[in-house]
Design a protein around this ligand. Structure first.
Ligand SMILES: [Zn+2]
Length: 333
C-alpha cells in the first residue's frame, strides 16, 4: 500500500489508532519491499508509515542511546519528545554536541552550559562536546568527525542513534548535513574492522541497531512517534536552551507588550516560567501538533527510522543469495 493510500484508509477507518506500539502495514507491502531487494536496514521508498506509541515499563533497559546534535537546540527542538520517551522507557542516554556554537557574544559559554543542562534534564549519563567550527562544518575534514563518532559509538556501545537524516532534503545548514553524513558513515564503520588499534584496548567493533533520523522537511519520514505523553518534557527541555532556543523568554515579552496596550492573555498569567511555557506550547511547537493531528495523535515527531543494520555479521541476511540457496537446496545430512 502506498503511503498516501495508507494514510487515507488509516484515517478513514481509524486503524492507525491502537494500543500496540507498532501499527504495521499490509502483508502485500512487506512482500513488495522484499521483492525490491532493498538493502538491509534501509527503507528507501518511504511508503510504509508506522506509529510508535508509548510503551509501559522499561523495555529498553540495558540499551544505550546516543543523541547527536550539531547545535545546542537541535535535539530539544527536533527530537525533544522522542529522547524523553526513549529514556523514560529505559535507555541509558548520552548527548553529543558537535559544533562550538560560537556565534555572538557570550554564546560559546552559554551553549556549553545549556548542553549540560539538557543532558542533566534527561538524566543522561554523559555529555560530549566536539567543539567543531560553527556554521563551517563543510570546511572540515569529515574523516576527523567520523572517527570521533566511531570512537564514541564503540566505547559507549551505542545501540540507538538519534540525529539528522543524511538523506533529508532542503537542508540549508552545512553543520546539519555534514553531521548527518558523518554519523551515518561512522555508524556503519563502527561495526567493521577499521581502526584495529581500538580493539587492542577492548573498544569495539560495535554496531548500533536502530536509527531515528529527523529532517528539515520530513519527506523521508517512515515513523511517526506519539509524543503526547512527553510534550511538556519537550517544552521544558527547550526552555533550558537559553543561548539560542526559540522557546526563550517569549511569553514574558508578549505579556509586557500587551500590558502597554492595556491588554492581557490568560495563557500568559502567572509567573515568568508559566508564561514562557504556555507561549511555547501554544505558538512554538505547532509543527508537532499538526503532524500529530494528521495521524490521529495529539502531538508527534517524524523520523526516518532504520533497523537491521547491514554490517552485523552475526545475523545472516535472510534475503542474501546464500540464504536463499540454502532454503531451496539444503537437505538433511
Ligand atoms: Zn542546528
Amino acid at each position: 500500500m502506498k503511503r498516501k493510500e495508507f494514510l487515507q484508509k488509516g484515517l478513514a477507518t481509524g486503524t492507525i489508532i491502537g494500543s500496540s506500539s507498532w501499527v504495521a502495514g499490509s502483508d502485500d507491502s512487506l512482500q513488495k519491499t522484499q521483492d525490491k531487494r532493498v538493502p538491509r536496514g534501509y527503507d528507501v521508498d518511504y511508503e510504509e508509515v508506522k506509529i510508535e506509541r508509548p510503551v509501559p515499563g522499561k523495555p529498553h533497559k540495558g540499551k544505550v542511546l546516543l543523541a547527536i546534535q550539531p547545535h545546542s537546540d537541535d535535539i530539544p527542538l527536533s527530537a525533544g519528545g522522542l529522547v524523553a520517551k526513549l529514556i523514560d522507557e529505559g535507555y541509558t542516554g548520552y548527548l553529543c554536541s558537535v559544533t562550538d556554537d560560537a556565534r555572538g557574544e557570550g554564546k560559546y559559554e552559554q551553549n556549553r552550559i545549556d548542553n549540560q543542562k539538557i543532558a542533566d534534564f534527561y538524566g543522561m549519563k554523559g555529555s560530549f562536546e566536539l567543539l567543531m567550527p560553527h556554521h563551517q562544518l563543510d570546511s572540515i575534514g569529515i574523516q576527523d568527525l567520523k572517527q570521533r563518532f566511531i570512537f564514541l559509538i564503540r566505547a559507549l556501545k551505542v545501540d540507538t542513534i538519534v540525529c539528522m537524516d543524511p538523506w533529508g532534503h532542503y537542508e540549508e545548514n552545512p553543520d546539519h548535513y555534514v553531521t548527518g553524513l558523518a554519523v551515518e558513515a561512522a555508524r556503519w564503520i563502527a561495526g567493521a574492522n577499521d581502526y584495529p588499534e581500538h580493539f587492542a584496548f577492548g573498544i569495539g567493533p560495535y554496531t548500533p541497531k536502530e536509527r531515528y533520523y529527523y529532517s528539515r522537511a520530513g519527506e523521508t519520514n517512515n515513523l511517526i512517534v506519539d509524543i503526547s505523553k512527553y510534550i511538556d518534557r519537550k517544552i521544558e527541555v527547550n526552555l533550558l536552551n537559553i543561548a539560542k532556543g526559540p522557546a526563550g523568554n517569549n511569553g514574558v515579552k508578549l505579556r509586557e507588550r500587551l500590558a502597554k496596550d492595556g491588554k492581557k492573555l490568560t495563557i500568559l498569567e502567572g509567573d515568568d516560567y508559566t508564561a514562557n511555557f504556555n507561549y511555547a506550547k501554544t505558538f512554538v511547537f505547532t509543527d508537532n501538533k499538526r503532524l500529530g493531528e494528521k495521524y490521529g495523535l495529539e502531538w508527534a515527531e517524524g523520523y526516518h527510522y532504520m533497523t537491521e543494520i547491514p554490517f552485523d555479521n552475526h545475523v545472516p541476511d535472510p534475503n542474501s543469495p546464500v540464504e536463499e540457496y540454502i532454503r531451496k537446496n539444503a537437505v538433511p545430512k
